[in-house]
Design a protein around this ligand. Sequence first.
Ligand SMILES: Nc1ncnc2c1ncn2[C@@H]1O[C@H](COP(=O)(O)OP(=O)(O)OP(=O)(O)O)[C@@H](O)[C@H]1O
Length: 454
Amino acid sequence: MTEESWGQVRDELLKSVGKNNFSTWIEPLKLAELKGGIARVEAPTKFMRDWVSRNFAEQIRQHLEKAGEAVERVEFHVASQRTATAKPSEPRARRTSRGQSRNNDDIDLPGAPLDARFTFDSFVVGKPNELAHAAARRVAEGGPVTFNPLFLYGGVGLGKTHLMHAIAHELQARHPDLRVLYLSAEQFMYRFVQALREKQIMDFKEMFRSVDVLMVDDVQFIAGKESTQEEFFHTFNALVDQNKQIVISADRAPGEIKDLEERIKSRLQCGLVVDLHPTDYELRLGILQQKVEFYRGQYPGLKLANGVLEFLAHRISTNVRVLEGALTRLFAFASLVGREITLELAQDCLSDILRASDRKVTIEDIQRKVAEHYNIRLSDMIGPKRVRTIARPRQVAMYLAKTLTTRSLPDIGRRFGGRDHTTIMHGVRKVEELKATDSQLAEDIDLLRRLLDR
Ligand SMILES: Nc1ncnc2c1ncn2[C@@H]1O[C@H](COP(=O)(O)OP(=O)(O)OP(=O)(O)O)[C@@H](O)[C@H]1O
């Protein structure tokens, strides 16, 4: 099948699935092969592959048939490494390890695929993420580098990856000549190990130093991996020296990443460090309202009763991924049974998610339970007393707050009478150490954990 006829199929799909669906789901697809009645279609991500395969497979097959191809089955695969890069318009000459002259645009960037849905347009801004969003927007303008690196951190599913992809999309749209490389820290390590194995370390170094913007997601992954850290450190320094923008994300602040070399921590802290706070009710509601727009397109005619979104925003206060999952399930279920989405339906169909969210422990619960257990006053938990009979239970509560909630150390510090995050870190470490030798303390913690985590 020629490019031209795949083009015809796409034109037909544009008509049948609508502009929004087309640009989100169909446009990024590539027809890789058509042989023996099987069409092999490539999608840029696993998520898109699954979605397209579930929702558009039959339509694609039919349009292929209409275009004159005998197609029995359409198979979807994840494309092998599309990079998040565009070619520079004026390539600069560089020297390779072998001494030949080579252009930057000859150097293949091993970036991870970008999710087409993760754009600034689809990112809902609220109090908890407004600073992170503003910083990301600034970097995405692609002007002179004002802070380097931009370090985004926050708990699971709060939008770090979404913001990073949005930066990359925007940079590509505004400055197609920039070489933007986005990848996870795990992929960085994998590439590094591969380069070592294949004795191509100079090529690896050259490739990473040839980018204009480097974005590394989930950097906590390289903690404790010595040689990868070392290489990352050098790459980082080389790019900063050339005034190239770096964007990093992690699940916690640089200073809190265990087993990360001090010099890397301090380098990471040099730019702008911003956190994505846990969502609040308004933000969750905003996100739900935005996603509902999308689902209305997917399931036309499905009715949504008043108050359902408010109920979900109120009851599901964990991460956004869980919130999205709940909505996806709700719409899919309602469309299967052909019923309006009401509060009852939501309670029925999401009972497991709602139950899990109910179990969320707050720092206040922890302080109360620990105070009760050790028979001390709740006010002493946050007060200044340093006698051991009070300081130890307080440290136990700090430890439980760190392990049972997703709160950051500074946040925990604030709730313990405005203590510094280093005090909390010290308390957490102390309890970790003592637990190993003091069986009574270990038992206490076990019991408290069970009481709290019900
Ligand atoms: N403010 C937001 N507006 C719209 N969607 C959001 C927002 N925050 C998060 N999401 C959505 O929630 C999901 C999880 O977000 P994302 O993958 O970016 O989280 P993360 O912080 O990188 O999590 P992890 O730590 O697990 O890597 C994505 O589908 C993302 O689009």
